[in-house]
Design a binder for this molecule. Structure first.
Ligand SMILES: Cc1cc2nc3c(=O)[nH]c(=O)nc-3n(C[C@H](O)[C@H](O)[C@H](O)COP(=O)(O)OP(=O)(O)OC[C@H]3O[C@@H](n4cnc5c(N)ncnc54)[C@H](O)[C@@H]3O)c2cc1C
Length: 435
């Protein structure tokens, strides 16, 4: 994985600094000397959970500085790590708060629960906690596999409600009450988080729908289960989309409006057209095969960091597996190098899986760039992608910026070979089709 850039490193430092301050506030608000009690546990876990919840919203707000500076893949991996922690801290906070109340009031836990839930904002906070736990449970891999992506995603949207419900009681909580500046800072953190979400996940896509009027102009079957969708619209150059990037596309028909799917651009964007190429890999993508010409398209983005701007080396190696060819085909056309030292390695199980082959051959002929097709079973030595084989294809992999997009299994093998070849990590630019 490409080492984090300055934005990612700065963000990590700021987020951890903020977390340390929140936890510290939890410790000191209980007063000195520190008494390791249920009350302290409630305050520290409450501050950490409240802070963490706001940070999770910011990370997934799709703000351009985050998407471009950190990358959608890394952001969702941070989110997948941080979100369960926030849920655990929230539940811990709830139990510790009730236990602390029972201790102070010298009553049993049942009575304490009843009394606590009658405090202002606590019933709402409980509802918020239950929603968060539900979202956490449905995001566990074994459970998520049993739910359609659409249903899982709809549940996930309830996170905003749950975090909002949780916020209601926080300013009046023992950590912040009576501390004016802390309350203002805390409220500003939450306002910023929700403002980012509204700006980039609600208003921006709606504005883009109005401004660009993107519609399906043409659909072309590339193979039995792959089709290209050509869309036309207005002022598309204002999107500043680049080859290698992706959008989240929502096709506004009765059958398909519920979900936005990430697809990479499969041709360089122009002032009036965008194109994607979709493989039918599940119910959602299969439904898209019936989208009629003229359909209005809601496009969120552009997102993704594997663009030609990442190139630093004088030579480029593009490696694609199956439908992972889409971002590579766009880059193949636009990456400009003296002596055109670009090699595209395209791996597929069957000849008919080499979608967009005619375009790739055309670009290669026009530009003098090289294409190597590796077709058939992995057991076939001709399809070897070991370090030795890759060096045999391009001379020395270490002289290259390598762009990679393939299925998880193939991508892992290629990454291993590249590392075995001594490729520095910052010269590997990878797009993964699973966020
Ligand atoms: C950055 C990126 C770029 C991609 N580019 C392309 C491309 O150019 N061409 C192409 O054919 N595929 C591309 N994909 C993959 C494509 O998005 C999935 O194959 C598609 O979302 C699967 O939907 P489904 O309902 O058919 O499959 P399901 O069987 O429902 O799901 C298969 C997998 O896709 C995930 N998934 C399903 N729906 C969504 C969604 N709406 N948003 C995010 N993930 C979802 C599920 O979690 C599951 O892991 C890309 C994915 C990413 C992350």
């Amino acid at each position: 994985m490409r080492p984090p850039g300055i934005t990612a490193i700065t963000l990590v430092v700021v987020v951890y600094l903020g977390a340390a301050l929140a936890v510290l506030q939890g410790f000191v608000s209980g007063g000195l000397p520190i008494d390791f009690s249920a009350s302290l546990m409630a305050q520290v876990s409450g501050m950490a959970a409240g802070y963490g919840a706001a940070i999770m919203l910011i990370l997934m707000s799709r703000s351009p500085w985050l998407e471009r500076g950190v990358g959608a893949g890394r952001l969702s991996r941070w989110h997948a790590w941080g979100a369960p922690l926030v849920i655990i801290l929230t539940v811990l906070h709830a139990f510790a708060a009730v236990a602390a109340w029972a201790e102070v009031e010298s009553i049993d836990l049942i009575a304490a629960t009843y009394q606590v839930l009658n405090l202002p904002g606590l019933m709402t906070a409980l509802v918020g906690t239950v929603i968060l736990v539900l979202i956490g449970v449905t995001s566990i891999r074994a459970v998520r596999r049993r739910i359609s992506y659409e249903r899982w995603h709809f549940l996930h949207l309830l996170t905003y409600l749950a975090v909002g419900f949780g916020f209601v009681h926080q300013l009046a909580g023992p950590d912040l009450v009576g501390r004016r500046w802390l309350q203002i800072a805390w409220a500003l953190l939450y306002c910023y988080a929700f403002a980012l979400v509204l700006r980039w996940r609600v208003f921006q896509p709606i504005f883009q729908l109005w401004r660009h009027r993107l519609r399906v102009e043409d659909v072309r079957q590339e193979s039995e289960d792959v089709m290209s969708v050509l869309m036309s619209g207005q002022h598309l150059d204002e999107l500043r989309a680049e080859p290698g990037q992706f959008f989240r596309w929502r096709f506004l028909t009765r059958e398909t409006w519920r979900s936005a799917y990430p697809f990479s651009l499969s041709a360089p964007p122009t002032r009036h057209r965008l194109r994607i190429t979709i493989k039918a890999s599940g119910d959602g993508t299969r439904r898209l095969f019936a989208v009629p010409r003229g359909t209005l398209v809601f496009a969120e983005g552009p997102y993704g960091v594997i663009t030609s701007r990442r190139r630093r080396r004088p030579r480029v190696l593009l490696i694609a597996g199956g439908v992972g060819i889409t971002p590579m085909r766009s880059l193949f056309e636009v990456i400009d190098l003296p002596g055109k030292d670009i090699t595209l390695v395209y791996r597929a199980s069957k000849e008919q899986d080499l979608v967009l082959k005619h375009e790739i051959d055309e670009i290669a002929e026009r530009s003098g760039a090289r294409v190597v097709y590796l077709v058939g079973p992995s057991s076939d030595t001709a399809n070897d992608i070991s370090a030795h084989a890759l060096n045999r294809i391009v001379g020395d992999v270490r002289d290259h910026d390598v762009y990679l997009c393939a299925s998880p299994g193939l991508a892992a093998r290629v990454r291993g070979s590249l590392m075995d070849s001594g490729l520095p990590r910052h010269q590997l630019h990878e797009e993964r089709f699973s966020l």
